[in-house]
Design a protein around this ligand. Structure first.
Ligand SMILES: Cc1cc2nc3c(=O)[nH]c(=O)nc-3n(C[C@H](O)[C@H](O)[C@H](O)COP(=O)(O)OP(=O)(O)OC[C@H]3O[C@@H](n4cnc5c(N)ncnc54)[C@H](O)[C@@H]3O)c2cc1C
Length: 418
C-alpha cells in the first residue's frame, strides 16, 4: 500500500477528467487511473452547448476554444424520403449558448486529461485497474500489472462502458427496445455547405436504420449508421461491406459522398444502451457511460459524462467535508443524473417510432414548440416548468399522430424512386 487519496477515479475520459479536475481544484488529493495512453480513439464527436458550462467550471474552456475544433451551430434531421428540418441552438427556448463544438475525441479527451493533471490530479496512464476491495473506511484499488496498489476514501467509476463496479455488482440493465448496433468510420471530401450550415450534425432517418454525418475541422467527416443488432446479423456481412451497402442504399447520404474516401478502419459497436440500477454505494459513484448510456441519436453522451463527472465531484466535496450528509448527497446525485438519463431515454425511444419523426419533421409554430425542442437538443435539463409542459404537448401531438396520422403528413422513410 503506497499512498492515500481522498478520491480515486477509474478512467480518464470526459467523466473522469471533469470529476478529477473539479475535486483537485477544491484541494482534494485525487488519482486518475487510465488504461490507455492518450490520445486514443473514441467515437462521439458531436457536442451539446450545455457541456460548455462544465468546461468553464473546470477552467478548460479556453483550451478547447483554442483547440482548432469546428464550431457547431445546431443540427439537421432528414428523412430518407427527403424531408428535412434544421434547428439552431440560438433559437432554443431560454438559449444560453448559441454554439457547441464538433470535436476529434482523441484530441478533446487529451486536452481534458492533461488539464486534470495540470489542476493537481495524479494522472497514471497505461494503468488499468483490475480489481478493488471496499471496506467501511474506503477502497483499495489494484492495477493490472500489480505495481499500483492505492488506498482512497472514495472511488468514482468513470471506466466508460467497461463499467468496472457496475459489472462487479451486476447492476447493468440493458434497454430492450434499444438493442442497436453501429458501424462508423471517418471520411475525407464529404461535401458540405459553406458557413454555419456546414457545421450542423446531420441525422438521416431511414425505415430501419439511421445515419449520422458529423463534420469535423478540416476536411474530415464522421459517418455512422445505427440499426437493430438483428438486422446487422441478418446482413451476414463484414462491417466494411455492411457500412458501404447501407450508405449506397440511401441517396440522401450518398449524394454528399460522391467524392468521399474512407480514411480509417470501419469500427463496430453493439448493445451500447443500458443503465445501472444504482449509481452510488457507500464508497463509490458511477459517472459517464459507467453509469449509463442511452443511444447516440441526440449526441448526449459527452454532455452526460461531463455533467455526471461534475455532479459526482460536487457530491464528494460535500461528503468529504460533512460525512454525515453522505446519504442525502448521493440520493441527490442519483436523482439528478437519473433524470437526465430518463429524458434522453424517452427521446431516443421515441426517435425509433415513425410518428415521432413525422411530427418532428413538420414542426408546429404553436406554444413555442420549436424553441422547446431545440432547447432539449441543446442539452437543456428541463428543470423549467415552462419547458416541461410544452414538451408534454409535443408528446401529445406524437400520440395523436399515432392514432390519426393527421398532425403531420405520413412519411415513407424510404428513398423516392428517381
Ligand atoms: C456509436 C456511438 C456514437 C456516439 N456518438 C456520440 C456523439 O456524437 N456525441 C456524444 O456526445 N456522445 C456520443 N457517443 C457517446 C460517447 O462516446 C460516450 O458517452 C463518452 O465517451 C462517455 O465518456 P466517459 O468518460 O464516460 O467514457 P469514455 O470516453 O469511454 O472513457 C472511459 C475511459 O476509461 C478507461 N478505462 C476503461 N476501463 C478502465 C480500467 N479498468 N482502468 C483504467 N481505465 C479504464 C478507458 O480507456 C477510457 O479512456 C457515442 C457512442 C456510441 C457508442
Amino acid at each position: 500500500m503506497n499512498q492515500a487519496f481522498d478520491v480515486a477515479i477509474i478512467g480518464g475520459g470526459p467523466a473522469g477528467s471533469s470529476a478529477g479536475t473539479l475535486l483537485a481544484k477544491a484541494g482534494r488529493r485525487v488519482v486518475i487511473f487510465e488504461k490507455e495512453k492518450f490520445p486514443r480513439f473514441r467515437v462521439g464527436e458531436s457536442m451539446l452547448p450545455a457541456s460548455l458550462g462544465t468546461l468553464e467550471r473546470m477552467g478548460v474552456k479556453e483550451k478547447i476554444d483554442n483547440g482548432g475544433f469546428l464550431v457547431k451551430y445546431g443540427g439537421e434531421i432528414v428523412s430518407a424520403c427527403g424531408k428535412r428540418v434544421r434547428f439552431y441552438f440560438r433559437n432554443g427556448l431560454n438559449a444560453k449558448r448559441p454554439t457547441a463544438y464538433q470535436v476529434l475525441r482523441s484530441k478533446f479527451d487529451k486536452i481534458l486529461l492533461d488539464h486534470a493533471g495540470a489542476s493537481g490530479c495524479d494522472v497514471r496512464e497505461q494503468t488499468p485497474i483490475e480489481s478493488f476491495e471496499l471496506d467501511d473506511d474506503g477502497v483499495t484499488l489494484y492495477s493490472g500489472d500489480g505495481k499500483h496498489v492505492v488506498r482512497a476514501r472514495y472511488v468514482i467509476d468513470c471506466s466508460g462502458r467497461n463499467s468496472l463496479i457496475g459489472n462487479r455488482y451486476q447492476l447493468r440493465r440493458p434497454y430492450p427496445n434499444l438493442h442497436k448496433f453501429s458501424l462508423y468510420a471517418y471520411y475525407e471530401d464529404v461535401r458540405r455547405e459553406e458557413g454555419p450550415d456546414g457545421t450542423l450534425t446531420r441525422m438521416v432517418r431511414a425505415k430501419d436504420c439511421w445515419f449520422w454525418i458529423i463534420p469535423l475541422s478540416g476536411n474530415t467527416t464522421s459517418i455512422g449508421v445505427v440499426m437493430d443488432t438483428e438486422k446487422f446479423r441478418n446482413l451476414k456481412m463484414s462491417p466494411e461491406e455492411a457500412l458501404t451497402r447501407c450508405i449506397a442504399e440511401q441517396p440522401v447520404v450518398n449524394e454528399v459522398m460522391s467524392h468521399a474516401r474512407r480514411v480509417t478502419d470501419v469500427y463496430a459497436t453493439g448493445d451500447f444502451s443500458y443503465r445501472n440500477s444504482r449509481l452510488t454505494g457507500d464508497r463509490w459513484l458511477l459517472a459517464g457511460d459507467a453509469a449509463g448510456f442511452v443511444d447516440p441519436v441526440f449526441s448526449s453522451g459527452v454532455y452526460l459524462a461531463l455533467l455526471s463527472g461534475e455532479q459526482a465531484a460536487d457530491s464528494l466535496n460535500e461528503v468529504l467535508d460533512r460525512p454525515r450528509n453522505r446519504a442525502k448527497a448521493f440520493r441527490f446525485y442519483e436523482r439528478r443524473v437519473g433524470r437526465v438519463l430518463d429524458i434522453y431515454l424517452d427521446w431516443a425511444s421515441s426517435w425509433y417510432t415513425q410518428e415521432f419523426v413525422e411530427v418532428f419533421l413538420y414542426p408546429k409554430e404553436l406554444f413555442e414548440l420549436v424553441p422547446t425542442v431545440s432547447a432539449v437538443l441543446s442539452g437543456n435539463e428541463l428543470r423549467d416548468f415552462g419547458m416541461r409542459w410544452r414538451l408534454c404537448i409535443f408528446h401529445l401531438l406524437v400520440a395523436l399522430q399515432k392514432r390519426t396520422s393527421k398532425i403531420a403528413p405520413p412519411l415513407t422513410l424510404t428513398p423516392r424512386a428517381s
